[in-house]
Design a protein around this ligand. Structure first.
Ligand code: HEC
Length: 231
């Protein structure tokens, strides 16, 4: 039987669409398609539920625009509660029909890529913000999918892996940010990416090889710590 998709899920799914900005150059079209495909793939019955149909219709509509995107959302699906890690995690964990990873992973990618540029700009409060957000999204991912399959098909204890990273490479990077150490930042950042990659290998995804980002994912936060506008 097709489990009805929690209508609230339309909100986080579309939030993920908005924030899937890691591939900045091809932002709009693949963003929507990726999300739609993932949701459809995870459907137990192979049938598309209503929100997925809406997303697909939207993804395939010619002249797609933010207006069209708004139309794809019924008024009932408009955000009613504040967007917080906890309420989204709770919502997603209740649904068997949506790939929950569609949500935290792009956000993790987004925050960690922005972190590089905040650090390069010496904007330490912003770097601290992106670090914490990125870290929270890894913890969220672990809560939703605690035991993904490894390369040998056996479940992997990703929490165990992350606990190890959190107290070593992540803690070191946090310290460098707290100490506003521009000199040590690049190396600490790279070491963290190397440690992220250990988890990707452990879950059988060695092709998710990370790199230091080349373009700023977000377009609207001023990285300059000395900026004076808006007041
Ligand atoms: C605890 C394990 C774990 C850690 C630690 C981890 N990841 Fe991942 N990551 C995953 C898994 C699992 C996936 C695949 C998710 C899926 O199946 O969609 C993934 C996917 C990704 C993707 C691919 C997103 C996409 O679909 O294009 C990126 C980018 C990524 N991670 C970045 C990072 C970064 C950056 C870090 C460190 C700051 C990190 N990850 C740390 C488990 C981890």
């Amino acid at each position: 039987m097709a489990a009805a998709l929690n209508p609230n899920l339309r909100q986080p799914a579309l939030v993920a669409v908005h924030l899937f900005t890691c591939s900045a150059s091809t932002r709009k079209v693949p963003a929507v398609n990726t999300t739609t495909r993932t949701i459809a793939r995870e459907s137990k019955t192979g049938e598309l539920d209503a929100p997925t149909m809406e997303l697909r219709k939207f993804a395939n509509s010619p002249g797609r625009s933010d207006k069209a995107e708004n139309r794809a959302l019924s008024p009932a699906a408009k955000p009613s509660a504040p967007f917080s890690m906890d309420n989204i995690a709770e919502l997603t964990s209740k649904s068997a029909t949506v790939s929950s990873l569609t949500l935290p992973v792009p956000l993790l990618c987004f925050h960690f890529a922005n972190l590089w540029f905040a650090g390069q700009a010496g904007n330490w409060p912003l770097a601290n913000y992106y670090f914490s957000e990125g870290r929270n999204h890894i913890r969220w991912l672990i809560r939703i999918v605690p035991n993904p399959k490894g390369p040998d098909g056996n479940p992997v204890d990703v929490k165990g892996i992350f606990d190890g990273l959190d107290t070593t490479t992540f803690a070191d990077l946090k310290k460098v940010i707290d100490e506003k150490d521009a000199q040590k930042f690049p190396e600490a950042y790279r070491t963290t990416l190397e440690s992220c990659y250990q988890c990707h290998k452990a879950v059988g995804r060695p092709y998710l090889r990370l790199m230091v980002p080349k373009t700023v994912p977000q377009p609207i936060i001023n990285l300059d710590p000395a900026a004076t506008w808006p007041k």
